[in-house]
Design a protein around this ligand. Structure first.
Ligand code: RBF
Length: 337
C-alpha cells in the first residue's frame, strides 16, 4: 500500500516538477545601460538572451535601452523592477550591481542576472565576470609585436596607444595593467599613451585623440569605447595605423586596420545563464569568474582577415602566447576589484 502511494507521488511529481521549474523565470527583461548598437557586449547580451528565450515557448523577452545618461540609470532600474513584469532582469557592465543591489532592497522578489560584473553574496543577484587581464594581455602582446614590426604603418618609436571611454575599477585594475604587461612582455621599453574620452558615444572626440596620439608617434591603438570606437578606427585607417579591438570579432569593420580582436564570448554566457534562469537553475547569490581556459575569453586568430592581413612574423609569436593563455600555462590573475 505504502509503495503504491510512493509510486503515485513520484509520478505526480514527475509531471508537476518540470512545470514548476519552467515557471521559475519566464519573463526576461534586459536593461541595457547605454544603447545596443555599437556596444559589442550589449549586442552579444541581447543575441544570447534571444537565443535562450526562443527555446521556451512560454518565455518572453523585452529589451529596454536606458541611454547614456548614467545619472538616470538608478531611477530607470527602479521603475523597471516596480512593474513586477520581469522575473529576471538581465544587464551588463561592471557598475550595474551597485545599482541593482540598492534597487533589490525595495523589491525583494526581483532577481538580477549580471554579465560582465562581479558582485558576490546577494541572494537576489547572480554575476559573471570575465578575466579581462587575459583579454587585455592578448591585445598588449599583439600591439607590442606590431609596434616593433616591419609592417608598413609601424614606426621606430616604441609607443602604443590606449583610448578608453571612461575609467572604472575593471578598466584600471584589469584592462590597463593587462595591456601594459602584454606590451612590455615584447619589449619593456614600450610606453603607453593613454587617453580618456569621457563618454561612450563621441566618435569625433575619439578620432581627435587618436590623431593626436598618431602625431606623437603612436602606431597601434587599443580602443575600449563602445560607439566611439568608430572614431579611433576612422583616424587610424586614414593615417595607415593599426587598431586593437576589444570584446568582439570585428575585423570586417576595417580589414587591415583592425589587426587584432580580443573577444569575450558573452553571447554564449548570456545564452547559457538566461537559459539556466528560465529553467530555475541559476545560482542567485553566486559570483563567477571565467577565463580563457573556460572558453569565454579569447583571441580571434582563425579569421582570414587576421591571417591574411597580419604578417607571419607577427602571427607566429602571437600564436605561442595565445596557445599558452588558452591552455592556462600563462596565468594572469584577476585582482580584487
Ligand atoms: N561598453 C560599451 O561598449 N558601451 C557602453 O555604452 C558602455 N557603458 C559602460 C558604462 C559603465 C558605467 C561601465 C562601467 C562600463 C561600460 N561599458 C560600455 C564597458 C563594458 O562594460 C566593458 O567594460 C568594456 O566593453 C570592455 O570589455
Amino acid at each position: 500500500m505504502k509503495r503504491t502511494w510512493t509510486i503515485a507521488l513520484l509520478l505526480a511529481l514527475s509531471v508537476v516538477l518540470p512545470f514548476a521549474a519552467f515557471a521559475q523565470a519566464n519573463r526576461i527583461g534586459i536593461f541595457v545601460p547605454g544603447v545596443v548598437a555599437g556596444s559589442p557586449l550589449y549586442e552579444q547580451m541581447v543575441a544570447g538572451a534571444e537565443r535562450a528565450v526562443k527555446e521556451f515557448p512560454n518565455a518572453s523577452l523585452k529589451v529596454i535601452e536606458a541611454g547614456f545618461n548614467q545619472g538616470e540609470w538608478t531611477e530607470k532600474m527602479t521603475s523597471l523592477a516596480a512593474t513586477a513584469e520581469y522575473d529576471v532582469i538581465v544587464t551588463s557592465n561592471p557598475a550595474m550591481p551597485f545599482i541593482t543591489s540598492e534597487v533589490a532592497k525595495a523589491f525583494p522578489k526581483q532577481k538580477f542576472l549580471h554579465l560582465d560584473a562581479y558582485f558576490p553574496g546577494n541572494p537576489q543577484i547572480y554575476s559573471l565576470l570575465y578575466n579581462q587581464v587575459e583579454q587585455a594581455y592578448f591585445t598588449g602582446y599583439l600591439g607590442g609585436l606590431v609596434t616593433t614590426s616591419k609592417m608598413a604603418g609601424a614606426n621606430a618609436e616604441l609607443k602604443a596607444g590606449m583610448i578608453v571611454a571612461q575609467e572604472y575599477p575593471a578598466l584600471t585594475k584589469m584592462m590597463k595593467p593587462g595591456y601594459e604587461q602584454g606590451l612590455q612582455a615584447v619589449n619593456p621599453k614600450i610606453a603607453v599613451d593613454y587617453r580618456v574620452i569621457g563618454n561612450w558615444y563621441d566618435a569625433n572626440k575619439a578620432a581627435d585623440l587618436a590623431n593626436s596620439m598618431i602625431d606623437a608617434g603612436v602606431d597601434v591603438i587599443l580602443t575600449i569605447a563602445g560607439g566611439a570606437n568608430q572614431g579611433v578606427i576612422k583616424a587610424a585607417k586614414e593615417r595607415g595605423k593599426y587598431v586593437l579591438y576589444f570584446d568582439a570579432n570585428e575585423y570586417k569593420i576595417a580589414p587591415g586596420t583592425i589587426v587584432g580582436c580580443a573577444v569575450l564570448n558573452q553571447e554564449k554566457a548570456a545564452y547559457e545563464r538566461v537559459k539556466a534562469a528560465i529553467q530555475g537553475k541559476l545560482a542567485f547569490g553566486k559570483a563567477e569568474i571565467v577565463s580563457a581556459k573556460d572558453g569565454y575569453v579569447d583571441f580571434a586568430d582563425a579569421d582570414p582577415l587576421y591571417t591574411g592581413n597580419v604578417p607571419e612574423a607577427v602571427r607566429k609569436p602571437m600564436a605561442e602566447v595565445v596557445r599558452k593563455i588558452r591552455g592556462g600555462q600563462i596565468s594572469l590573475q584577476v585582482p580584487q576589484l
